[in-house]
Design a protein around this ligand. Structure first.
Ligand SMILES: [Zn+2]
Length: 407
């Protein structure tokens, strides 16, 4: 017998004349009745709805009769009563994570995710499952077939802008989530727009794949005084890192590049030029090569740190993590990559004291007091060269000039 799935709120509107929509799914096994859409009919004042529904593109299907009787919904398909499953509108979707932390707190937290690629999409999905209730998704890309092997979205979403497809994925997990989208590419021409858009977020996730966008986002969050998490994987995803930026308290991304330029220079391959630069044979190196299973440890660490930051000041069983996750920078290695400093690490085996693969390492990264983004940069210039801010060409603060490429 076909099953008619009805949202509980429909029960209430059966007598109010509000349009309904019904969709036939799973080869006729399932009817889903909702409130919106183009295929809607008016429910009569008698509390009875008659819907004639389409079978895909092939024409009309059987008639569906909905009847509300003293709070009970009955459905008849071509006169035969069908099984009805009523879904409660305010159902507690997160009861299985209650007790770990106060989910209602996260439902009021807003996270801006800049970059909806493989890492950003995973983070969005996991934060949704944890109960985060508000998102701003920023990305201008469309899904391409080549993304599918690492992305949360599949082939059915190819061609769509990632932000819109990701919004649907989030709402499929939590229909009460608030998801805003901004389909722009973060560069010098859009940075002010992005800075304004993210200003209301409790946390910003930097999941883009190039240095320019990271630097721009870094400056925007410092200007907004917002916490920011960066994640990046090294070339061919042999490892990765997570940087947590609390503006003017911990090192920012510019500090990181100033202090550890070789690590910043070993990040993922986002362009054909980058790929060519690290090619070790005459075979072309794919842009951003790397297995999903090598990217996700970094994204998962970002999720964990994000949840701890979002629950700051709240009672939670995750509280001990606040004492563990104090380093500004975390390093992860998937393998002993030939040609890197890590090639000669001892094998994992059963070692506990040596640095090995498949473990997180906190790095005590200092702030750069002369950092152009978060430090006393102008004071430093004044001291060294007798220059003040008024003497500086503003172009000097652009990302092209302020960052020296150590390669
Ligand atoms: Zn800095």
């Amino acid at each position: 017998m076909p099953c008619v799935v009805i949202h509980e709120s429909v029960t209430a509107v059966l007598a109010e004349g509000i349009p309904l929509r019904a969709v036939l799914k799973d080869e006729g096994d399932l009817w889903v009745v909702g409130l919106e859409g183009s295929e809607a009919v008016d429910v009569g004042s008698a509390g009875v709805a008659r819907l004639r529904l389409r079978h895909g593109d092939s024409g009309t299907g059987p008639s569906l009769l909905l009847r509300g009787v003293r709070g009970v919904v009955q459905a008849f398909i071509d006169g035969v009563e069908a099984e009805v499953q009523v879904l409660v509108q305010d159902i507690d979707l997160f009861h299985r994570v209650r007790g770990v932390f106060e989910t209602d707190v996260l439902s009021k937290r807003r996270v801006a995710i800049v970059g909806c690629g493989s890492g950003g999409s995973f983070i969005a999905r996991e934060l949704t499952k944890a109960g985060v209730g508000e998102f701003l998704l920023i990305d201008h890309d469309r899904m391409e077939p080549g993304n599918v092997c690492r992305h949360e979205l599949g082939l059915s979403e190819v061609g769509r802008k990632k932000v819109f497809a990701m919004r649907d994925l989030i709402l499929d997990r939590n229909p009460t989530a608030i998801v805003e989208t901004l389909a722009v590419h973060l560069d010098g021409s859009t940075v002010q727009q992005v800075q304004d858009a993210i200003s209301g977020a409790d946390l910003v996730i930097g999941a883009t794949d190039n240095r320019e966008s990271r630097l721009l986002l870094n400056r925007a969050c410092i200007a907004n005084d917002q916490p920011l998490l960066f994640g990046a994987v090294f070339r061919r995803a042999y490892g990765g890192q997570v940087l947590r930026v609390l503006p003017r308290m911990t090192p920012c991304y510019q500090c990181f590049l100033n202090v550890l330029p070789h690590m910043g220079n070993d990040q993922e391959i986002a362009s054909a030029e980058d790929a060519a630069a690290i090619a070790y044979s005459d075979r072309p190196v794919a842009i951003e090569p790397g297995l999903s299973s090598d990217v996700l440890p970094v994204a998962l660490m970002m999720v964990k740190i994000a949840i701890v930051l979002l629950l700051e000041g709240e009672k939670t069983t995750l509280a001990p993590l606040r004492e563990d996750l104090v380093a500004p920078l975390y390093l992860w290695l998937n393998r002993r990559e030939p040609g890197t400093d890590y090639a000669k690490l001892p094998p994992l085996e059963h070692r506990v004291d040596d640095m090995t693969i498949l473990r997180w390492y906190g790095v005590l990264l200092p702030r750069d007091p002369d950092c152009a983004a978060c430090g006393a940069f102008e004071d430093s210039l004044l001291e060294r060269y007798g220059l003040g801010g008024q003497d500086l060409d503003t172009d000097f603060f652009s990302t092209d000039v302020a960052v020296e490429d150590p390669s």
